[in-house]
Design a protein around this ligand. Structure first.
Ligand SMILES: *Cc1c(COP(=O)(O)O)cnc(C)c1O
Length: 384
């Protein structure tokens, strides 16, 4: 039996979410755009779901666009705003620890005549607000900075940036994929104009995303997908009704259980991290240990290859730096950005906890990791 500590990569579907979706694969199959009685009934259910999703982030139902993934939500926001405001300026600010969905969208825009500033974070993984102010220009139209980082969990000062948005006249987007369900997320409190999140990081299925867009901005954003004008023309294509029902159930659970979830997940994470730090020598936590979401622990095991540790402690499901997915041995861009020793970066693992993890699983995992670290270090010519 494996132990799943990789909830930032994806979560299992909550059984309550799964059950809420089933009727929409069976008898409730009508197209919500159809004007017959069945279609109208499904439309009503989709709109009820939109209201629930909106409430979860303190938005209005009209401000919620359903789309195909977190990646798609980020793309619609960044490319859509850039294209619709390019007459006002062509400068974009982002951070150097963004998810690829944001950074690659920015790179694409760079190739198409936009100028992008990639703000460095400090060694704790958080941007410096003064650096941000210095990067602002008269022609800055868009700022896209994530709320919580997916590798080290650090939380960015989005509220402070939001306070600067109106004064300086830029549009603010945040990737909140790793924040929703792990902390309170309120779009008006944050002062963001657009916000993205994803179903499969909050116990709903893979392949459903949400874009929040401020009602004032909604009429201006340029769509990147054209078609039948669903989702107010911002994301055409017949709505994925079962998944929309599913993500709204996941949001309803967050509304009711966020505090319980945070308390549980944080206690599991802190128990795990505490034991690892106490019982294994030469390990340390990456990123800010205070200002981070409740579920992520990114730990460097010195003198060890993270991949080797994953092979030895193979029942513990966790992640190495996401850049390794490219097949190369490049350390993660996030660990590089927080300036950790490049050798140490190869020994870093991300453990991310979730609603269904238990203390018992932590006890088993810690034992497996301890034994594996000892074996690997005993073999290492570098470790004394
Ligand atoms: C997972 C993730 C995404 C992408 O979401 P998908 O639904 O998998 O496309 C974007 N941003 C962050 C921070 C993520 O963790």
């Amino acid at each position: 039996m494996s132990i799943y500590f990789d909830n930032s990569a994806t979560t299992p579907v909550d059984i309550r979410v799964f059950e809420s979706m089933i009727p929409y694969f069976k008898e409730k199959y009508a197209n919500p755009s159809s004007i017959h009685i069945d279609g109208r009934s499904i439309r009503e259910d989709v709109e009820k779901s939109r209201a629930v999703v909106a409430k979860t982030i303190s938005a209005l139902p009209d401000e919620i666009i359903f789309c195909g993934s977190g990646t798609e939500s980020d793309n619609i926001a960044i490319k859509g705003i850039a294209n619709s405001f390019k007459h006002k300026g062509k400068h974009i600010i982002t951070s150097n620890i963004e998810h690829k969905a944001v950074s690659e969208s920015c790179r694409y825009l760079e190739e198409n005549g936009f100028e992008v500033t990639y703000l460095n974070v400090r060694e704790n993984g958080i941007i410096n607000i003064d650096d941000f102010k210095n990067a602002l220009r008269k022609d800055t139209i868009l700022v896209s900075i994530m709320l919580a980082n997916n590798e080290i969990g650090t939380i960015q000062p989005i509220k402070e940036i939001g306070q600067l948005a109106n004064k300086h006249g830029f549009i603010l987007h945040t990737d909140a994929v790793q924040a929703v369900g792990k902390m309170n997320v309120d779009v008006s409190e944050l002062g963001v104009h657009l916000l993205s999140f994803s179903g499969h990081k909050i116990y709903a299925p893979k392949g459903i995303g949400v874009l929040y867009i401020d009602k004032e901005l909604k009429n201006f954003i340029e769509p990147i997908i054209h078609g039948g004008h669903q989702e107010d023309g911002i994301r055409s294509g017949t709505e994925n009704v079962p998944y929309i029902i599913g993500i709204s159930k996941a949001c309803e659970i967050i509304q009711n259980e966020l505090h319980k979830d945070i308390e549980h997940i944080k206690s599991i994470r802190d128990y795990f991290e505490g034991r690892i730090l106490k019982e294994i020598p030469d390990v340390y936590v990456n990123g800010d240990t205070e200002n981070r979401v409740c579920n992520i622990s990114n730990i460097t095991f010195k003198h060890i290859e993270a991949e080797a540790l994953m092979v030895y402690a193979s029942e513990v499901c966790c992640s190495t730096g996401s850049a390794c997915s490219s097949g190369g041995m490049d350390a993660s861009h996030v660990l590089y950005a927080i300036n950790i020793d490049p050798v140490d970066a190869h020994g870093a693992l991300r453990f991310s906890f979730g609603r269904f993890n238990t203390k018992d699983e932590v006890d088993k995992a810690v034992e497996m990791i301890k034994v594996s670290v000892e074996k690997l270090r005993a073999m290492s010519p570098l470790y004394k």
